[in-house]
Write a protein that binds this ligand. Structure first.
Ligand code: GLC
Length: 610
């Protein structure tokens, strides 16, 4: 009897706790719903369409926020405050917020940025390997940790929202955004999807040190065909697939993201079977909102509606009616875009003439207000200054260094010249990418296109080598390949110069001619050579591979160059596996795992070890 009554007591307590929790949850839900409904009811048309408008900080005056009820500000790539350091960013975001809180209904702004491989616009922030390298780790948990660190560093600057993760499934290496994709394999991208969302957002929006994430670019961004894109190349082109294949390859990765609670999804510039995604209601509303039950914000890409057929007003009508809730206008007049003031004027006309119904407007604004509420922006609109030093820390750096270690892929290692010896070995380090932090970070770093040189804080691969060997005088840096004859081994660190988006579209994926001159010198010296490729994608190396004793694909490793030297000297035994197929020749491209007559130089999943 005794045991039974005790068991009853425990079960009664558990039942009470369950109902108490579910009551408080539903109580909170009804408080939120009531708050948002009351606010929506009070809003004028101008206030509603202002909430649906996102403007880049460089195209708006502080007073505009109050005058036009702007709901969101972004920093496009390189759109930074005068002084590019954490406190200045937080001060800037707070300035905009203070303006927003002067409006009649005091609705806070939400500030977005492309923190796509770390908080990459901010000097001193940790820069992670770009996604193509993270794909080679086969480690969703570490991707979650990388997103967690990025979220902490973004939150440290007072910013609320990153336009990441990119869930592109890149099927053609000629695409300038191939490195932003985790893999050509939809399964691998899907494996990473929820991990990234949880890293950025936590288990529910509004947690300390967490931010709103944005799964992008829905959908088919990585499936476009060469010749259908901008300037006859591939970016923003046409993805031609039947619905089953389109869903299997390009929609699939979004399912776990939505299940994980992603708060925003960005529409994609590309077309699917000739129709621009930004205007496709069957995709944006039909699949994302109705079929998958997404309750967050669909945001356009930068001037994404401008590429729709028709004039600007018809673009606005088509985009909003397709299901876009917030338009990244962004007011980029210098780049041929429209001022946000024109956008608002035409948007209002469209609603007044009922080309856009108020029910669509209210759905969009409700979504925006709900995300802002869940983010805690109504309660805590200003930057959390206690976090302002949580950027570029040693513990964050260690996470990035581990990502670098695990992202490297050992593709060749004859005569076991790797791992290198830390002593009793004369090493000559050559190549344009040996001692160049900007090159090893790639695009989307400090500026949109990235740059050369010491663009931020970090360690180059050469600096990593110097700090690893016992006697630094045993290492010579000779970027152009002089002084080879004294070397016991030559390390040639070559690759691509930084690029982003359409600027990286390349018809030929060839090794730079200066790098070829260097490789010829090395070959003539007869010295054993390990080549390290610092690139955003595979290059055609077939004609030269036999001259190399060892080869490592380092991708775009970011600021932690010591992660590369950890592998070079065997402090980390290489585990990376290719996230993309490595073509033998250009005429094989596009080449993807699962193709008929699949015959790459190195297949998807290949990777050696010591
Ligand atoms: C760019 C990119 C998108 C980015 C946005 C804001 O054009 O397509 O990935 O988030 O504009 O910078």
């Amino acid at each position: 009897m005794e045991r039974i009554t005790k068991k009853n007591k425990i079960s009664k307590i558990l039942i009470f706790i369950f109902f108490a929790l579910s009551f408080s949850f539903s109580e909170n839900q009804s408080i939120k719903d009531q708050f948002i409904s009351d606010l929506l009811e009070k809003m004028t048309l101008e206030e509603k369409i202002g909430q649906m408008t996102q403007v880049d900080r460089q195209f708006i005056e502080l007073s505009d926020i109050n005058e036009y009820f702007i709901g969101s500000i972004l920093s496009g790539g390189g759109s930074t405050p005068e002084v590019n350091e954490a406190k200045a960013w937080a001060d800037m975001v707070d300035q905009y917020q203070q303006e927003a809180l002067k409006t009649r209904l005091k609705i806070p702004i939400i500030y977005g940025i492309d923190a796509v491989h770390g908080h990459n616009n901010v000097k001193g922030a940790i820069i992670f390997p770009h996604n193509i390298g993270l794909g080679c780790m086969r480690n969703p948990e570490l991707v979650k940790q990388a997103a967690t660190v990025t979220a902490e560093e973004v939150a440290a600057t007072g910013i609320h929202w990153t336009f990441a993760p990119c869930l592109a499934v890149s099927r053609d290496e000629r695409w300038g955004r191939a490195y932003e994709s985790f893999s050509e394999d939809p399964g691998l991208v899907t494996d990473y999807s929820a991990a990234a969302i949880k890293g950025y957002q936590g288990n529910s929006l509004g947690e300390k040190g967490k931010i709103l994430s944005c799964a992008k670019h829905f959908a088919g961004d990585g499936g476009t065909l060469w010749g259908t894109g901008l300037k006859g190349k591939i970016d923003r082109g046409n993805t031609i697939l039947n619905e089953d294949e389109f869903r299997r390859i390009h929609v699939e990765p979004y399912l776990p993201a939505i299940d994980a609670g992603v708060g925003s999804i960005m529409a994609s510039f590309n077309s699917w079977n000739g129709e621009k995604v930004h205007g496709k209601k069957d995709l944006l509303t039909g699949i994302i909102k109705e079929e998958l039950g997404f309750e967050g914000i669909i945001v356009s890409d930068w001037q994404g509606i401008d590429e729709l057929p028709g004039d600007y007003k018809s673009d606005i009508i088509a985009g909003i009616n397709a299901g876009i809730d917030m338009v990244m206008v962004p007011g980029a007049v210098p780049y041929g875009g429209e001022s946000f003031k024109i956008f608002l004027k035409l948007f209002k006309e469209a609603v007044l003439e009922e080309s856009i119904l108020m029910s669509r407007i209210d759905d969009a604004v409700r979504r925006i207000l709900t995300v802002k509420y869940d983010m805690g922006l109504f309660e805590h609109p200003m930057a959390d200054r206690t976090q302002v030093n949580n950027i570029g820390t040693d513990s964050h750096r260690e996470v990035a260094r581990q990502c670098v270690r695990e992202s490297l892929v050992l593709l060749k290692n004859e005569n076991s010249i790797l791992p290198l010896n830390k002593e009793n070995q004369k090493i000559t380090v050559t190549g344009s990418h040996a001692d160049n932090l900007g090159y090893q970070c790639g695009g989307w770093t400090i500026t949109w296109q990235g740059d050369s040189g010491a663009i931020t804080d970090g360690t180059t691969i050469f600096q990593g080598i110097i700090t690893t060997v016992s006697d630094p005088s045993s290492v010579i840096l000779s970027e152009n390949g002089e002084n080879l004859l004294d070397a016991d081994v030559v390390i040639a660190i070559i690759g691509e110069k930084p690029y982003a988006e359409m600027e990286g579209d390349r018809e030929e994926l060839i090794i730079d001619k200066n790098d070829l001159k260097l490789l010829k010198k090395i070959k003539e010296s007869g010295k054993p050579v390990a080549v390290i490729l610092v690139t955003g994608r595979p290059l055609i190396i077939t004609p030269y591979l036999d001259d190399w004793d060892a080869l490592i694909a380092a991708w775009l490793p970011g600021t932690e160059g010591e992660g590369v030297t950890d592998v070079l000297f065997g402090d980390y035994i290489p585990t990376g596996k290719l996230s993309v197929s490595w073509p033998k020749h250009m005429n094989q491209i596009p080449i993807n795992i699962g193709d008929e007559n699949y015959d790459p130089l190195f297949e998807y999943g290949f990777g050696l070890s010591y």
